[in-house]
Write a protein that binds this ligand. Structure first.
Ligand code: SF4
Length: 457
């Protein structure tokens, strides 16, 4: 069997592509190598969104080439999609380039690459992923991303994604619900619904009811599980969402809404239709409908024309929004985006300083927000057993020493913690816990942005 090693980069959407390629390769007779030294082919599933991400993916190719001079290397993903013509000449270290618009061709591409070196390549099987829910998963136990759409129509002026992923293409709701059912049957407990902007879901499928209708379809699935919504554009936020969540506790009152800025003039230049006040109203409205709501966002600083006054407005917005979580990026000048030609550029150092200030303030806000969960009883998704329990400083309330034979210390998450981006939960348990399972716990303390939990009983 030919063996491949996949090196994943980028966002959750790119992770689903990586999982899809792994499934297609598996269906074509390839096996996944545990480590690259055993692989006939190394696939770097790249990110091409912003400068730092592009550099990281290219460095991965260069590093693998150095370590494994003879192994075939395929550069896949967004960077290959966006810069195929340039990279064909400028990156000889990659033996092949594979974009992300037709993942079904991955096995054929891999086989051609392998046979180009004279190796025996598995026969290509024209590939359509028949059961997306049956694909290998790269997430931690119990959780899976469900990508409901590809591409985006919002055209934010700083963003290169529409150039890479194209216009919005929503998947058929029935296919998505079938994928969810299949994942739940496999024991997945958390379905993270993703897309470039899931709030726009169904805009290209008029009459099908968009995201709310899809969620009602998922709500018809039996069992106890979580549904987490990620990447909701604030200007497209479906007003029905809080009510759907209030009606079914499986829909976590967790909202990831990239707001990007709080100054109206900067929002305008970003081609965002809302204002700072609109976004504060949206946040207030969600919290009024769902007092337990947890809101995550993303801010972009250093956008062309962002003045000290604009930044002050952003800081004021941050204070008033008091978001549970917020990430911050510095503007990356991306060719072929509308912002690329904009003047009044902000220096890298000024942008970095604004990022530092905003993140420092957000740390304090997030810690204060997490404090409200101490003493609560919450369901936790167990992800893994803690390697080295001594590392874990028990807060007084956690009751000191660990139990002997049974149980131990686990890492997990509760509803207010999305995978990979928010704090985590340290779960102290007297009984053995199964990674991927949901357990009821009491929040006994907070350590920075993380929560300390203790299982009941
Ligand atoms: S909504 Fe997101 S993916 Fe779409 S253009 Fe804006 S930033 Fe890019």
């Amino acid at each position: 069997m030919a063996r491949y090693f996949l090196d994943p980069f980028g966002c959750a959407k790119n992770q689903v592509d990586a999982e899809t390629m792994m499934a297609l390769l598996g269906a074509s007779g390839w096996s996944a190598a545990e480590n690259p030294a055993e692989a006939d082919l190394i696939i770097v599933n790249s990110c091409g969104f912003i400068e730092s991400a592009k550099r990281e993916s290219i460095n991965a190719v260069l590093s693998w080439r150095k370590q494994f001079p003879k192994t075939k290397i395929l550069l896949a993903g967004c960077l290959a999609q966006r810069y195929a013509a340039e990279l064909a000449h400028s990156l000889p270290e990659a033996d092949g380039l594979f974009g992300n618009t037709a993942l079904g061709g991955i096995a054929a591409a891999a086989s051609v690459l392998l046979s180009s070196g004279g190796e025996e390549a598995p026969a290509e099987v024209p590939a359509v992923l028949k059961a997306p829910g049956a694909r290998p998963l790269l997430s931690l136990p119990g959780s899976a991303y469900v990508k409901i759409s590809e591409g985006c129509n919002n055209r934010c002026s700083f963003c290169s994604i529409p150039l890479i992923r194209g216009p919005l293409h929503s998947r058929p709701p029935a296919e998505i619900i079938e994928e969810c059912r299949c994942l739940l049957d496999r024991g997945i407990r958390e379905l993270c619904i993703i897309g470039q902007d899931i709030a726009s879901f169904g805009e290209d499928r008029p009459g099908e009811g968009g995201l709310p209708a899809l969620l009602e379809g998922i709500a018809a699935l039996p069992g106890s599980f979580w549904v987490r919504l990620l990447y909701l554009h604030p200007d497209k936020f479906p007003p029905a969402l809080p009510e759907i969540m209030a009606g079914d506790r499986r829909f976590l009152p967790y909202f990831d809404i990239p707001l990007q800025h709080g100054s109206d003039s900067v929002l305008r230049a970003m081609n965002r239709r809302g204002t700072g006040e609109n976004y504060l109203d949206l946040i207030r409205g969600i919290r009024a409908a769902l007092p337990d709501a947890v809101i995550r966002s993303t801010f972009l600083v250093g956008f062309p024309g962002e003045s000290e006054d604009d930044f002050a407005r952003l800081l004021d917005f941050q204070e008033r929004a008091a978001l549970d979580w917020a990430g911050c990026f510095t503007y990356s000048r991306e060719e072929n985006t509308p912002a690329y030609a904009m003047g009044k550029r902000v220096s890298r150092s000024a942008a970095a300083e604004r990022k530092r200030i905003l993140e420092e303030r957000q740390q304090i806000i997030s810690e204060k927000q997490m404090e409200r969960f101490v003493g609560r009883e919450l369901e936790a998704l167990v992800e893994e057993q803690f390697e080295n329990e001594e590392q874990f400083e028990h807060s007084e309330e956690s009751g000191g020493a660990l139990p002997a034979a049974e149980g131990g210390l686990y890492l997990g998450r509760v509803y207010c913690q999305a995978p990979e981006v928010d704090g985590v939960s340290l779960i102290l348990s007297k009984k053995n816990l199964t990674p991927g399972s949901l357990v009821t716990c009491r929040v006994t303390g907070r350590a920075g942005l993380d929560l300390e939990l203790r299982t009941k009983g």
